[in-house]
Design a protein. Structure first.
Length: 749
């Protein structure tokens, strides 16, 4: 539809918005003021531009997400970045392609609109989350010397990703429709889309702000990323004393697995945000995270210098397994090759010779605390969000099970799959979606069935050693975890790392088999991650009022394209950076920390679960800790009921516990800057200047993430060695290539 025929956009004046925002922390205000409840269903979403740009950006997303997997800090491809690039390219195509004649009718039928924009973003975003199957491929190559053929690898990625999509699609009533399921990371994207596609006279100032911030961060990031990496973490303490291992452990943090980063200040937005901008986290989430981080510094320092689990015989931060013969000056990586036989199982005789492995104490605490947070999460959600969570058990009610065998349920084009919009806890944007044809549940059921079939073939042709019944158990775990941890991410913006839990369960049901444990984790934990992605994108589409069937198509296509390029790029990086990925610290550009952690847990839980974690074992409390986790949220809930003015509803106990071990990996110098910017945004600006917050907070967040992602992608190929050749900036005081960038004493191996 031509722009001059679009319905007039209803602008909200500053006075109107200021008056309307009575409660800055209220979700209803966010949902109706940051994102306007308006839609034009006549806008066409599927055009040549949609298909061309969606495919191209999916290729890009699949490539860069694999690069980010091998970074020293957990970084994701920003949806905002994809939205920025899409807008630029979409407007360019609309400008250069002829608008008249046959070509114009097919290739450029109308101005680039917000529905096209959103459809492309969803397709590209689906391709831009690294398929967790590349963990299996990476560990097989790095630690077992196995390299799968291309077809087997790609179908492995397909099956693991679509499995989670199928499960999540059947849970939309829990994870997408309720207004409490806010999915905070979507707010900057939708805010930016609205700004970019409003009439120019209404968006001139916001667009100017966006472009200025985008350009400034684009230019600035070259400095901390390449020219002066010291700015990744400026530590006054380390600069004052560059010969103290204690200072490195506590105050260092500019390199991977260096230290806790206490009082360090980061000037690199890539690591401050990491794809999860501090500007969009809700206030209660930030407060809970901050309490946990403070506790983490105390807990890690006390455990290490108190020599818990022989802590000082091993590195302060590491994800590897270590031999019991290690000492403070000579940590020895446990020789798993000598213990794991040719059948991929633990050899008891070789184990007796080699001895049991040890974790670095801080990583052991991470496993312990994460396990505790799992049960705390279950209880917290049931206490505070039961109204939303009870929908998760609705499919198993007898009346709904009987519905599965009715003819009406399986009608191909049935459009009434969605519930009526009159439920009071549903998102107000959901009501606008009722005018579009819904995606029937059976579509997602077919995705689930096809994924199941492919996975079964892969398990037995790829010699995974995971039996069919173990795969079924992994699927069931994925469903249960998606209900709770998907909901927690939707509410708080925090993504749980529950992979150790999944690997623990796999280790106990099939002990002595580390390779099978990797595949159990792939199909159990990956279902959670991919399900969260699908749910988040469904909410993004709901906020943007994109037709559900268009969303479904773009998600499936993007995931397929992205998986192929995940595989290609993973092989390229492993080939070029093999030794770096096996080292403990890596560099500030490349690190194998995620693959190391995955392998360590597969060996520990999959091969030695009874020896290490059962009662009497070195790490027995990692399993026993589940029990107290159930009780931690209860006192906070009871006290809030009795004393509601104390503000205990702002403390999420599960998040607080999770962050008690958050600093166990990666670059930690960014935490102070993260909380500073987040709290200034959510406490000061949101309350003192609500109109400014609504207009610019999420827009600035989008510009910062977008500009950073663009330049990091360029630098990865230009100078960081993603294409094979690394070009280092000359060594000087701000670029300490021979040690830690913050000039702390280098203690890594």
């Amino acid at each position: 539809m031509p722009e001059d025929q679009l319905p007039p956009y209803r602008d909200h004046s500053d006075a109107e918005e200021t008056e309307a925002i009575h409660h800055p922390a209220d979700k209803d205000d966010i949902l109706t003021h940051t994102i306007h409840i308006e839609d034009d269903p006549t806008l066409n979403a599927i055009t040549f531009r949609t298909i061309f740009l969606g495919t191209g950006l999916s290729l890009f997303g699949g490539t860069i997400s694999a690069i980010y997997y091998f970074k020293p800090q957990t970084v994701s491809v920003s949806t905002v970045f994809l939205a920025v690039i899409t807008y630029m390219l979409g407007e360019l195509m609309a400008f250069i392609i002829p608008k008249k004649g046959i070509i114009g009718r097919w290739l450029n039928p109308h101005p680039f609109n917000v529905k096209e924009h959103l459809a492309i973003v969803i397709m590209a975003n689906s391709a831009s989350i690294s398929a967790l199957g590349i963990e299996v491929l990476a560990v097989e190559q790095l630690y077992y010397g196995n390299r799968f053929n291309g077809a087997l690898s790609v179908f492995l990625l397909f099956s693991s990703q679509f499995l989670g999509y199928g499960i999540a699609g059947l849970m939309r009533k829990v994870l997408v429709y309720p207004k409490n399921m806010l999915w905070p990371s979507n707010l900057p994207v939708n805010s930016m889309l609205e700004t970019l596609h409003r009439p120019r006279e209404l968006t001139r100032k916001p667009l100017k702000v966006f472009l200025i911030v985008f350009a400034c961060i684009f230019v600035w990031e070259i400095v901390p990323e390449w020219i002066m990496p010291l700015l990744t973490g400026v530590s006054i303490f380390c600069l004052a004393n560059q010969n103290s291992a204690v200072f490195t452990n506590v105050f260092g943090g500019a390199s991977g697995d260096e230290g806790l980063g206490l009082f360090s200040w980061c000037f690199d937005w890539q690591y401050i945000s990491g794809g999860f901008s501090p500007l969009y986290y809700p206030m209660d989430s930030l407060i809970s995270q901050g309490i946990g981080i403070c506790g983490c510094v105390v807990l890690f320092s006390a455990a290490y210098y108190g020599n818990l689990w022989n802590a000082q015989n091993f590195p302060f931060l590491s994800q590897s397994l270590f031999s019991g013969d290690s000492n403070a000056t000579n940590p020895i990586v446990w020789n798993q090759t000598a213990v794991i036989g040719s059948n991929n199982r633990i050899d008891p005789v070789a184990l007796a010779v080699q001895g049991l492995p040890y974790f670095a104490t801080t990583y052991g605490i991470n496993l312990l605390v994460t396990n505790m947070s799992v049960t705390a999460c279950f209880v917290h959600l049931c206490l505070w969000y039961w109204k939303d969570m009870k929908a998760a058990i609705a499919p198993f009610r007898p009346s709904n099970l009987r519905r599965l065998v009715t003819r009406e349920y399986w009608t191909t084009w049935k459009d009434s799959a969605e519930p009526a919009p009159n439920e009071e806890n549903y998102d107000p944007h959901y009501k606008l979606m009722m005018q579009y044809k819904a995606v029937p549940d059976w579509w997602f059921g077919c995705v689930l069935l096809l994924s199941f079939t492919i996975a079964m073939i892969i398990l037995y042709t790829g010699h995974s050693t995971l039996p069919w019944w173990g795969f079924v158990v992994a699927m069931c775990i994925g469903y249960v975890f998606l209900v709770f941890f998907g909901a927690m991410m939707a509410i708080s913006g925090v993504q749980w790392l529950v992979q150790p839990i999944v690997q623990m369960i796999g280790g106990y049901i099939q002990p002595g088999n580390p390779v099978a444990n990797m595949y159990f984790s792939l199909y159990g934990y990956n279902a959670l991650i991919q399900g969260q992605l699908l749910s988040q994108d469904l909410k993004l589409a709901q906020y943007g009022h994109l037709a559900p069937r268009v969303t479904f198509t773009m998600q499936m296509a993007g995931t397929a394209v992205g998986a192929v390029f995940n595989y290609i790029m993973t092989n390229q990086i492993i080939t070029n950076q093999f030794d770096t990925l096996l080292s403990i610290e890596g560099t500030n550009v490349w690190s194998g920390q995620q693959a190391q952690a995955f392998n360590s847990l597969a060996v520990a839980w999959g091969g030695l679960s009874h020896e290490l974690f059962s009662v009497g074992g070195t790490y027995q409390w990692m399993t026993l800790i589940f029990i107290p986790g159930f009780f931690v949220p209860i006192p906070f809930w009871l006290l809030h009921k009795k004393y509601p003015t104390l503000g205990l509803n702002n403390i999420n106990t599960a998040i607080m516990i999770l962050y008690l071990s958050w600093l166990c990996v990666g670059i930690n110098s960014s935490l102070m800057a993260f909380f500073f910017f987040g709290l200034v945004s959510q406490i000061y600006i949101r309350k003192r200047y609500p109109t400014m917050f609504v207009k610019y907070n999420y827009l600035v967040s989008a510009a910062l993430d977008g500009g950073t992602s663009v330049i990091v992608f360029i630098l990865s190929f230009a100078v960081f060695g993603a294409a094979g050749n690394t070009i280092n900036f000359p060594i000087y005081w701000g670029n300490n290539l021979n040690g830690n960038f913050d000039r702390c004493l280098y203690t890594g191996g």
